[in-house]
Ligand binder design. Sequence first.
Ligand code: ADP
Ligand code: MG
Length: 622
Amino acid sequence: MSTSTPETHEFQAEVKQVLDIVVHSLYTDKEIFLRELISNASDATEKLRHVRLTEKDVLDDNLDLEINITGDDQAGTITIQDFGIGMTHDELIENLGTIAHSGSKAFLKALAEGGEKNENLIGQFGVGFYSVFMVADKVDVYSRSWGKDSEGWRWTSDGSGSYEMELTEGLRRGTKIVAHLKEEYKDFSKAETIKGIIRKYSAFVAFPVQVDGEKVNTVEAIWLKNKSEVKKDEYQEFYKFQAHAFDEPRFWLHFNSDAPITINALLFVPTDNPEKWGMGKVDPGVALHCRKILIDSSPKNLLPDWLRFVKGVVDSADIPLNISRESMQDSALINKIRGVLTKRFIKDLENKAKRKPEDYESFWKAFNPFIKEGVTTDWENREALAKLLRFESSMTEAGKLTNLDEYLTRAKEEQKEIYFLFGPNRKAIESGPYLEAFKARDIEVIFVYEPVDEFVMSNLGTFQEKQLVSADNKDIELPDLDDPSKGRPLAKDKLESLTKWIKATLGDKVGDVSASERLVDSPAIVLNADKFMTAQMRKIMEQLGDEAGTMPPGEAVAFQINPRHKLVRTLYNLTQENAKQAELFLHTMFDNTLMAAGMLDDPKDMINRVYSLLDQIGTKKE
Ligand code: ADP
Ligand code: MG
């Protein structure tokens, strides 16, 4: 086959249709044409490397295996040259003139049949090349196959109906593609633009990619290596490059799996929480690659939202490269990858917490909001995430943390619930009215200090089948504490009439009024009657809801009195002797319990009552 007059060939029938799809809708970003051409060049170079292993007579055997790119902004062209395997006359027709025929795929198949597999081949689908017609109105492909006596050919097309082929002298081995850019895409001929695109999509290509002689891809795709082959400072270096970060990675997870899908992942946890100081919500930081080539630098569904603080790379050879981002979002494959990655990541944290508790606690201090967010939003993983929660409790020293598993190992067998209390800090909870009943019975109570924690606890609901209950809830039943040292209780009938009188006096300020053995040192307490929300949380929600006006009214608090307390006895006696004083006494007592619970909204009445108490004391003295 040799002729000096150009041949004209029609594209295969389907090509015109597919070209139309590729040019107009397959890719969102026009710049990815360069990714496709570089991937093809890399594939061709990889094939040549392979050929060299077995063949002796290779054309231009001294050429370096590199990819050269130059832009000419005068002419408005971009040229991509490789010294790879090249294409013969017939291969040009077969590979570029017919669609859904991928030479690379055929090559892989051949390798597979020979018992080999080559992960470095990118192309699989046979349409990537056509993406160049998104930005070019004319493309010249100069190619010369690797065989010693091969001919060089120029393939030219405007991407519409046909292409032309002409025998061309003086070509070196491999392929050179010259894209004549459309007016509106002339920018792609600028060296800086070209370098930017390469750094974005092709930073990890295995062969040197040079722009005007300068090597642009300087970073190795270490995620594809074996863990034992990568040094600590290589990981640190890579993190800074990939995440554009200035801090050190706190730790990283490097793992490879083959089933159910091929995944190579390298995930980093930064030192600093990127959302601290009220910085806005960050974008996902783990890029999706397919065989070293970037598909999406910030894919939304690759990891659950709560893992957005993680940086790094996920590479799956199973992802079709030629797929647009929009269709990427909900693909079943991505869901699978997300499932595997999330479970692995959580497991890794769990192991870290066991093996290096100090490291985990330091992580927890910086990143706990994300774990909490996970508990409330990631249904699939909530139990595993709940194990990662850390708190102080009534049984830890101040500043020391514990977790739900440890809590359960300390709990007595008959304890059916896990108790927690919310307060602004440890001291406030310890001096508050709710803890004493649990302390007296040696029951552990978890301390939580942030409003979101209460939400997390009630949202989590149960842990190891035990219900999480706020310790201020009225329905909690605690074992009897028959402690004679606390004095005799008020007689049953007196108690009954006293609680009735209290209910009548306080009216709808309270719900249930009862006597309770739960109390130890306090005369009375108010308890939350709302099963789903603690009083504190309701208050916060009400404040928020006020604006939206959506908050349903809560149930009135329950009021419990301590039948063994001296002041309760005094109150009973007053009801018999001086109804007016008894009322003042009760209201003051009730105010105190509200205040202890942090639920006293308006202190004005209380202040007036205290003054009238003082007044009565003074009157007595006179
Ligand atoms: P894919 O890369 O998915 O196979 P493309 O449309 O990108 O599909 O390329 C089609 C085919 O053209 C490739 O499989 C390969 O055989 C051939 N080809 C493309 N670019 C080159 C190149 N630079 N050198 C050699 N062959 C190439
Ligand atoms: Mg390709």
